[in-house]
Design a protein around this ligand. Structure first.
Ligand code: UDP
Length: 382
């Protein structure tokens, strides 16, 4: 029987950050993952000299200097600034919603003209306190931008009408009355040169890592997940642990005892193309409802690639079901209420820590995942 201070389930960014910090503090760590590779959904893989974001585009951005410095220990970041464009039919607009978008939409030039146009479009709607994503979007940018750039995209992305989604989702995007196409307001932004996998590899140096290993198999079934402090790996090795860090779906951990949480999944159709530049930008969103995918990623542009060929991924969104990867929690009132029950039960656990997008059922960006993992470890070591 091999004993570890920590068993970390999930070799994604939360698990790897936690592992790194525990190792630094002299703890022994076993990290397992169901998949056959580390790095969770930030996994990147080099093909034809291009780092492919296998589970979708990940652009690191933060306003927190501590987190930026922390990440820069593991990789050098380039100066990529995310500036997606949106295609709606035969029209093309800059994102996020800014003066370039408004100028193209309405043929206007000044911020005052843009604000007047929006005010005119929303005056009859009488939205005082936006109750959902639709009302939030309309009250911020008016009907034209909502109809062309938000409504179809959001319904494809979430599989639900905009009036059944929480307002906060649309507030992720900056709205500006300047000619500035930077998708984020954060002070620091970039892509790690050479991809994300190397970051997780470095974070996990010194940990035992076992891939293609399911936690529930290890403890002899979902019914044994809570309370377990020992288990058997696929190769027959018996292990035990002091504390468990679980970064999978919290409802699965508890055998869905309070009901199932909903998640969105994403499927990618990736193609190698025999041209050096397919769409001229890393991210192009397709905002009309009748285009089945939400966006096309051209991976080389995240790193200013000069390769002779290119790789693109079309992104299709769907409801999560067992057997595919979950990507996004659906944080509407119904799911948040169910999550609260799991979170309350989790609070009473002395030796289990839940982390990451799936463990905490939160639409976290990467910088928040790292910040929460660092906070968790310092709370745990006190
Ligand atoms: N969104 C939109 N149109 C766009 C891009 C985004 O309506 O062209 C909305 C949509 O509801 C989406 C949300 O803004 O879910 C957040 O977008 P973000 O790019 O932050 O999503 P992520 O990259 O995390 O999928």
């Amino acid at each position: 029987m091999k004993n570890y201070d920590y068993l970390i389930v999930g070799a994604g960014l939360f698990g790897a950050t936690f592992a790194h910090e525990a190792l630094k503090r002299g703890k022994s760590v076993l990290v397992i993952d169901r998949r056959d590779h580390i790095a969770g959904n930030i996994y990147t893989k080099e093909e034809d000299g291009i780092n492919v974001h296998v589970y979708g585009a990940h652009i690191f951005h933060t306003s927190d200097k501590k987190i930026w410095d922390y990440m820069n220990q593991f990789a050098e970041f380039n100066n990529y600034i995310n500036s997606p464009v949106a295609v709606y039919g035969d029209e093309l607009y800059n994102l996020p919603f800014n003066m370039n978008t408004f100028s193209k939409m309405w043929g206007i030039k000044t911020p005052a003209e843009a604000k007047a146009k929006i005010a005119e479009q929303i005056k009859e709607l009488n939205i005082t306190e936006p109750k959902n994503l639709e009302e939030q979007a309309l009250s911020l940018v008016g009907t034209d931008v909502y109809e062309k750039l938000i409504k179809g995209y959001t319904q494809k992305q979430w599989g639900r009408p905009c009036d059944e989604l929480p307002a906060f989702i649309i507030k992720r995007l900056p709205l500006r009355f300047t000619y500035n196409n930077n998708y984020f307001n954060d002070r620091f932004q970039g892509i790690p040169m050479g991809g994300y996998t190397q970051i997780v590899e470095k974070m996990l140096e010194g940990a035992d890592v076992v891939l293609s290993q399911d936690y529930f198999d290890m403890v002899g079934g979902v019914e044994n997940a809570p309370e377990s402090t020992e288990g058997e790996l696929n190769d027959g090795t018996k292990v035990s642990w002091g504390k468990l860090v679980f970064t999978g779906q919290i409802d699965e951990y508890y055998g869905s005892c309070y009901g199932e949480l909903e998640y969105r999944s994403v499927r990618f159709e990736t193609e190698k193309l025999d041209c050096d530049n397919y769409q001229g930008n890393a991210v192009v969103n397709y905002t009309a409802a009748d285009v089945p995918y939400t966006r096309i990623i051209e991976h080389k542009h995240f790193e200013f690639g000069q390769q002779p060929t290119t790789i693109i991924s079309k992104e299709y969104s769907s409801e999560w079901q067992p057997g595919v990867e979950p990507y996004y929690p659906v944080n509407n009132d119904k799911n948040n209420a169910v999550y609260e029950e799991y979170a309350n039960r989790a609070k009473s656990e002395k030796s289990v820590i839940f982390g990451g997008r799936l463990g905490q059922y939160k639409y976290y960006d990467m910088d928040k995942v790292v910040a929460v993992a660092l906070q968790c470890i310092s709370d745990n070591m006190e």
